[in-house]
Design a protein around this ligand. Structure first.
Ligand SMILES: [Ca+2]
Length: 394
């Protein structure tokens, strides 16, 4: 879960949320859930410990239904991801935990700046780890959220953690979405990847000491296929007249093939060979072009949004001393105003081409929707937003 303004508000309101006792629908649901949990091997003792103080939290549902974030341009998002405050916090963290981060990098093969960037994005370096009981939040979301099955599975995972003795019910706090600790692990992620790096017998991602949480983050990235030394992305320079239809994650090519098409690194050098790469234009053809690699997709296991991955990547590059983005950002990506881009997304959605949340940011999903629309009309596949396309959808 990314550390967003929404998460921050959710965490902030967690302090003031009061449990609602006597919600009969919830109580009945919980009784049924406890039977299902018992059939999955959760003991009565674990269940009574978990739910002794946990109960329906109406504000959790309010927070869950307010998913649409205030639309930010990529440029605004990046200045917040790598704000002076977050960069200086990251530099301090790299200094303070130098030896720990070095050990983690050696063991898991994940660069320390990447681990620290995720830590900074997820909890502002441990400053906002969440203070709501995960049993309260997850049971509320499983009872009444938008993704009830997912949250019921997470609640069951949380009970397994408690039953394993890795943490007490009181320790198991998190955000209003049930994400826990320094790097905001969901319980199922904890079960798969949590590490007891300091070897004291428990994988403690909740404590003030971030040791286990940071190692767990590196372990997750390693398990998902992180390649040490491969950048998450490289800024590239497109030749004049380059056809934006060749871009997008579905069109990977080797460095030498991209070079034949006229691409260079942003500084004008040859493209280094990091394996197959695809070019993305997150702010349209006038904005920065990034060559993305496998590691880009690995970071998506943390959070699927392109902007999140670019945010983490940009912050980690900045912490490593090479975070400058050379290209400027256009005021109107794809030559369209924000309102026009939103309308385009709405019109595609209305015709059954899933273009995603109409937020004005036309990413991979929006471009795939455009390609699908073009295909349905027998047009050349460009996947490229334009005013002409917008008008044709009237
Ligand atoms: Ca430990």
């Amino acid at each position: 879960m990314p550390f967003t303004r929404r998460t921050f508000l959710a965490i902030a309101t967690a302090f003031t949320a009061t449990p609602t006792f006597g919600n009969t629908g919830y109580t009945a649901w919980l009784a049924g859930f406890q039977k299902r949990a018992a059939r999955s091997g959760i003991s009565q003792k674990t269940l009574s410990t978990a739910f002794a103080k946990a109960s329906f939290l109406p504000k959790v549902v309010a927070s869950d239904s307010k998913q649409a974030e205030v639309a930010k341009s990529l440029q605004q998002y990046l200045s917040s991801a790598a704000s002076p405050q977050r960069v200086s916090g990251g530099r301090k963290a790299l200094k303070r935990y130098k030896s720990l981060l070095g050990n983690i990098e050696r063991k898991y093969g994940v660069e320390k700046e990447v681990v620290v960037a995720i830590w900074g994005m997820e909890s502002a370096y441990g400053g906002f780890r969440g203070s709501a009981s995960v049993f309260a939040t997850l049971s509320t979301l499983a009872y009444q959220g938008r993704r009830r099955e997912l949250f019921e599975a997470e609640l069951l995972a949380a009970l397994k953690i408690l039953q394993s003795g890795q943490a007490s019910a009181a320790q198991m706090k998190g955000s209003y979405a049930g994400a826990m600790g320094h790097t905001q692990f969901m319980p199922s992620t904890y079960l798969r990847h949590a590490q007891d790096f300091d070897k004291n017998g428990r994988a403690n991602i909740w404590s003030d000491d971030p040791t286990d949480a940071l190692a767990s983050t590196a372990a997750l990235l390693k398990a998902e296929g992180w390649k040490k030394g491969q950048p998450w992305a490289l800024e590239v320079r497109l030749p004049d007249g380059f056809n934006p239809a060749l871009t997008g994650r579905i069109y990977p090519r080797k460095a030498r093939e991209w070079m034949k098409l006229g691409l260079r690194a942003a500084n004008g050098n040859s493209l280094p060979n990091h394996g197959n790469g695809a070019v993305i234009l997150p702010a349209g053809p006038e904005g920065p072009a990034f060559m993305i690699y496998k590691n880009f997709h690995v970071l998506k296991k943390y959070n699927y949004a392109d902007s999140y991955v670019i945010g983490v990547g940009h912050l980690s590059d900045t912490l490593a001393g090479h975070g400058k983005i050379r290209s400027g950002f256009p005021k109107n990506p794809w030559g369209m105003t924000n309102a026009e881009r939103r309308t385009l997304q709405q019109r595609l959605n209305a015709r059954g081409f899933a273009a995603g949340n109409p937020d004005g940011v036309i990413g991979e999903k929006g471009r795939a929707a455009i390609r699908a629309y073009e295909q349905s009309k027998g047009l050349a596949l460009t996947g490229t937003p334009s005013k002409a396309l917008l008008n044709s959808l009237k």
